[in-house]
Design a protein around this ligand. Structure first.
Ligand SMILES: [Zn+2]
Length: 421
């Protein structure tokens, strides 16, 4: 009997010690290194990446090529190869023209992949080398059935060959990470637009809270920038522009009501960043028009599509800023070309939307996150004109329809699977 027990203990010890012993001896006969074949064929063929960004759910890479041939981005391991088209121009490649396009991170399956470029003509592979200042990005996929994937981008070395990888694995969402941010416009003494006793800031809060409930019911993790009538800081930790970065949210809708001196002016206007394509803004506008029965705005200023608007700094806007700098004794901002005018679109997009608020204007704190390469995709939703009597009636009576349209728009963002592969 004793012999049998000793034997069982011996076998159990073997099991426990097998892995450490094996590791010490460096034996890994059956566990072949995942990228060995690939890396051996590549040797030192490499392409340097000088821009690496994540906007909303889309990843983009840009870099310098050895020639002007056609290339595909390849995510590869020993089991599969995913090909993503690239745009080649002047010996440079990128994945997309607009910041809200590129590789849809929501569509990737769990696994480890190496990032490569493949020359379409001779099928040569090139290693991608991350030459940017950004090396520690973490992306969490949107909550689906209470589950999330964590995506990281480890840079590794094998036989002195540097290579870049993408790792996707299921992981619980940290408590401070959210899927979506809803921003009720204005707050505190800033009540926004008004009509008689009706104030914008009260409606935006009411609507946002209803939208929060509707999205939470769909299983999404939602963060409101403000939960009561109090004002909120524009910049800094826990602020309107800080929260989207801090929560690693993918999508932010800022809820507003419009106003005009012209009492006939009415309808929906969705504002986007200057370098977004119009597709998603169009979806939001159409959902609202269809669900609520309101019309597309008749305002043509800053209009880029039906219901879609984009405002950039005009020469006049820049002059106003410069005069303010002069009055308050600080060096004027160097406003980049096509800078998006509305701060909660521009300043929430990091380097992607050319965020520039560095605190030189004593009226506002510094945007601590303006140099981030990973940012939320933000839209400013002017749901209706509070100054128009027909629209005001809809605002007062059709809250459910507005909220349903916004909820369906958020759901559409994560269901849209127009991947470019
Ligand atoms: Zn507003």
């Amino acid at each position: 009997m004793k012999k049998i027990i000793y034997f069982i203990i011996f076998i159990a010890l073997l099991f426990v010690l097998y892995k450490p012993i094996k590791e010490k001896l460096g034996i890994s006969v059956e566990e072949k290194f995942l990228y060995e074949d690939i890396l051996n064929t590549i040797n030192d063929k490499k392409v340097e990446v000088d821009r690496f960004t994540i906007y909303g759910k889309h990843l983009n890479l840009e870099g310098t090529l050895p020639n002007n041939d056609s290339y595909t981005l390849v995510l590869k391991n020993n089991e599969e190869e995913i090909n993503v088209d690239t745009i080649v121009n002047d010996n440079k490649f990128s994945l997309a023209k607009h910041i809200n396009e590129g590789l849809d991170l929501e569509l990737l399956k769990n696994g480890d992949y190496i990032f490569l470029l493949k020359n379409k003509t001779n099928e040569d592979y090139y290693n991608l080398i991350n030459k940017t200042d950004y090396h520690n990005n973490i992306y969490y996929t949107i909550t689906k059935n209470k589950k999330n994937n964590k995506i990281t981008f480890p840079e590794l070395t094998f036989n002195d060959i540097n290579y870049w990888t993408i790792n996707i694995k299921e992981e619980k969402l940290p408590s401070d990470v959210y899927d979506v941010v809803i921003d009720p416009g204005h707050g505190g003494v800033d009540t926004g637009a008004g009509n008689g006793s009706y104030h914008e800031s009260k409606f935006t809060l009411e609507y946002s809270k209803a939208l929060y409930d509707a999205l939470t019911e769909e299983g999404l993790k939602v963060k409101l920038t403000r939960e009561d009538g109090n004002a909120i800081e524009h910049y800094g930790e826990g602020s309107r522009t800080g929260i989207p970065y801090e929560t690693k949210a993918k999508l932010m809708l800022s809820i507003h009501l419009n106003s005009s001196n012209g009492k006939d002016q009415n309808g929906v206007e969705i504002y986007k960043a200057y370098n977004d394509n119009n597709d998603y803004a169009k979806i939001i506008a159409k959902n609202i028009v269809d669900e609520v029965g309101i019309n597309y705005s008749i305002n043509t200023m800053h209009q880029v599509d039906k219901g879609v608007y984009m405002r950039v700094y005009s020469k006049y806007d820049i002059e106003v800023l410069n005069n303010e700098a002069k009055r308050n004794n600080y060096e004027p901002f160097d406003i980049p070309d096509n800078a998006t005018y509305y701060y909660f679109i521009r300043e929430t997009g990091g380097i992607l939307t050319n965020a520039f608020s560095d605190g030189r204007n004593p009226k506002y704190k510094e945007n601590l996150y303006r140099k981030y390469n990973q940012a939320v995709e933000a839209y400013l939703c002017e749901l209706a004109y509070i100054s128009n009597s027909k629209d005001l009636k809809l605002i007062l009576n059709n809250q459910n329809q507005f909220v349903k349209a916004l909820k369906n728009s958020v759901l559409a963002y994560f269901q849209n699977t127009n991947v470019e592969s």
